[in-house]
Design a protein around this ligand. Structure first.
Ligand SMILES: Nc1ncnc2c1ncn2[C@@H]1O[C@H](COP(=O)(O)OP(=O)(O)OP(=O)(O)O)[C@@H](O)[C@H]1O
Ligand SMILES: [Mg+2]
Length: 335
């Protein structure tokens, strides 16, 4: 659809039937992704990042109940058949997950796995698929593509396997690549290389990227825009600079203070957020962050703050005291 965003997620909610009753993992998540944009989704464990990605791509298990909309070029993915979604996943949305070994077939050569994706989703014949797979291996920085294509995944390091996953995600020239914690299992220097590779290759292919992480530090040099999630909601979203330099939600402030920086030895600044994220079966009343929030007031346990633009702040935040937080933050030297 001309003019609209590439992906528009609106009021996405997801729950799971369980023996504890309905686990409400997402409670009305909305965001947009523009063509070619790099969006970061950040939040602690359990905030609903993966459920968001899986809901959009039709990968939630059968005990999940999903409502809302996820429109790709105007067409709601949530209404699509499983068969159509399988095609969307290969052709229009590429995926990179935390553990490539779960996604790669251990008994199939690397090259053949890339070819398989190309053959399943494009008109290419075997010869063309083989040529493309070697080209992709080269583009993602796998040395000697000819030889590497003949190897099995277990011979590759974690970083190399993730490069292969990026090649597979890009194999059909998708409009979007969703990478869910793609570097969590890797050591720090390799992490940076993989994030840079993701940025470069997706740019070369003209694909937008959704990078999911619990570490705001990773998004600094990567994201155009950031969505901050807490307890199944978006609590703040804005341009990367707005989020880093003018955060207006106390949770984002907490995440910023706990960022690990590779470039600076400022360990004294590493202050974890006190307490733990809530369980979705026992969400605190009002603002779910209020039991952990240094700014909390009585109203915070009474009313859920909507995600909205408030005076003096250049992006929306879901906090009753967003203006105070933003002002306070301006005098704070955490950087
Ligand atoms: N299949 C499921 N059945 C029941 N609850 C689930 C299921 N999948 C996820 N959840 C719950 O939904 C909530 C959100 O989970 P999700 O995996 O999206 O978190 P996350 O932000 O990706 O965390 P992490 O950083 O650990 O990957 C969690 O409380 C989780 O326990
Ligand atoms: Mg996750």
């Amino acid at each position: 659809m001309a003019g609209g965003p590439l992906l528009e997620v609106r009021d996405l909610a997801a729950g799971f039937d369980s023996r504890h009753g309905l686990v409400k993992a997402l409670n009305g998540v909305s965001f947009v992704l523009e063509p070619g944009e790099r969006l970061g989704i950040v939040g602690e464990s359990g905030s609903g990042k993966s459920v968001t990605a899986h809901a959009i791509t039709g990968l939630l298990p059968s005990n999940a109940r999903v409502t809302g909309e996820a429109r790709l070029d105007g067409v709601d993915l949530l209404q699509m058949s499983k068969r159509k979604m399988r095609h969307v996943r290969g052709e229009r949305i590429g995926m990179v997950f935390q553990n490539p070994l779960h996604c790669l077939n251990p008994s199939m050569k690397i090259g053949a796995q890339i070819e398989e994706v190309i053959l399943a989703h494009t008109d290419a014949d075997k010869r063309e698929a083989s040529r493309r797979s070697l080209e992709l291996l080269d583009q993602v920085g796998i040395p000697s593509p000819d030889r590497s294509a003949q190897e099995y995944p277990h011979l590759f390091s974690g970083g190399m396997r993730q490069r292969v996953m990026i090649a597979i995600a890009l194999a059909c020239k998708p409009q979007i690549v969703i990478a869910d914690e793609p570097t969590t299992a890797l050591d720090v220097t390799i992490q940076a290389q993989i994030i840079d590779l993701l940025a470069e290759t997706c740019k070369a292919y003209g694909a937008a990227v959704i990078l999911i992480t619990h570490d705001l530090g990773i998004l600094a040099g990567f994201a155009d825009r950031i969505v901050v999630m807490y307890a199944g909601r978006v609590v703040e979203q804005g341009d990367v600079d707005s989020i880093y330099y003018r955060p207006a939600h106390p949770y984002t402030l907490g995440l910023l203070r706990s960022v690990t920086r590779i470039d600076e030895a400022r360990r004294d600044r590493l202050v974890p957020i006190t307490g733990n994220p809530p369980s979705p079966v026992l969400l605190p009343s009002g603002c779910a962050f209020h039991p952990r929030c240094p700014y909390t007031q009585p109203v915070c346990s009474e009313r859920v703050p909507p995600l909205e633009l408030k005076g003096g702040i250049d992006h929306p935040a879901a906090c009753h005291f967003a203006e105070e937080v933003a002002t306070h933050r301006a005098g704070d030297a955490v950087q």
